[in-house]
Design a protein around this ligand. Structure first.
Ligand code: CTP
Ligand code: CA
Length: 226
């Protein structure tokens, strides 16, 4: 009974999370996306809420149910995800930002407003690309930034690439995994990179890992100013 009056790990904290893939249109009925299911981001949202946080999920297209007690802003493109994150940050001070989404690095610069038609066997559509804004890097560069956590899905050299990406993105914590082994799966295996080095969270289901990750983040945030 007494334990139920103890504050939870993230009581009173606001947590903003990006999750899922993005969808970059080619024309009104086609687009470019990726194999992210959103499961890890949604599991983290649920774990943060269970830890007492006020949680906002900015989510690309997924088939997942919204975790109980969290809010969702649904988006499609990386630019929309960027804009939704920036409005959430402008609207309310966020204590923690966790970028779990698999954001498209490029959008189609010459997307068509009408459906592309087959015109001949020699005549393929020529797509041109433009770079999307880097949401995590932009948030991490803000003067009054929240505690920022990045994710990295790599296909090789995870330890080397993870450490380098944490430094490049200028975030205190980066979570690495081998992307194509985890997309759509119910379990995962994570490596946490910080200034000190790295630490493994052994293979488990995503909800267990999410709870462990939230505990790690909470302990780091409680060591910084509230
Ligand atoms: N990210 C983001 N906005 C982007 C691209 C990535 O917020 N436009 C975030 C992801 O949500 C993730 C982190 O940045 O938390 C790392 O994403 P990743 O794709 O691994 O890194 P990139 O910097 O895009 O490098 P690359 O894809 O070339 O490995
Ligand atoms: Ca990328």
């Amino acid at each position: 009974i007494i334990a139920s009056f103890q504050p939870k790990l993230l009581t009173g904290r606001r947590v903003l999370i990006t999750a899922g893939p993005t969808f970059e249109p080619i024309d009104p009925v086609r687009g470019i996306t990726n194999l992210s299911s959103g499961k890890m981001g949604y599991a983290i949202a649920q774990a943060a809420r269970e830890a007492g946080a006020v949680v906002t999920l900015v989510s690309g297209p997924t088939a997942l149910e919204l975790p109980y007690g969290t809010s969702r802003i649904a988006v499609q493109t990386a630019q929309q995800m960027h804009d939704a994150v920036m409005s959430a940050l402008a609207g309310q001070k966020q204590d923690i930002f966790i970028a779990v989404a698999a954001v498209a690095d490029w959008k189609v610069a010459n997307a068509s407003t009408q459906k592309l038609k087959k015109t001949g066997e020699q005549d393929m559509p020529q797509l041109q690309f433009a770079q999307n804004p880097d949401i995590l890097a932009n948030v991490a560069a803000m003067p009054d930034r929240p505690y920022c956590v990045g994710f990295a899905a790599e296909s090789e050299n995870l330890l080397q690439f993870g450490a380098a990406k944490r430094a490049k993105k200028n975030v205190p914590l980066l979570v690495g995994n081998i992307g194509h082994h985890t997309f759509g799966q119910d379990d995962n295996e994570l490596v946490l990179f910080d200034e000190q080095g790295h630490k493994n969270l052994p293979r488990a289901d995503k909800q267990t890992l999410a709870t462990q990750l939230i505990a790690e983040i909470a302990s780091r945030v409680s060591n910084t100013n509230r």
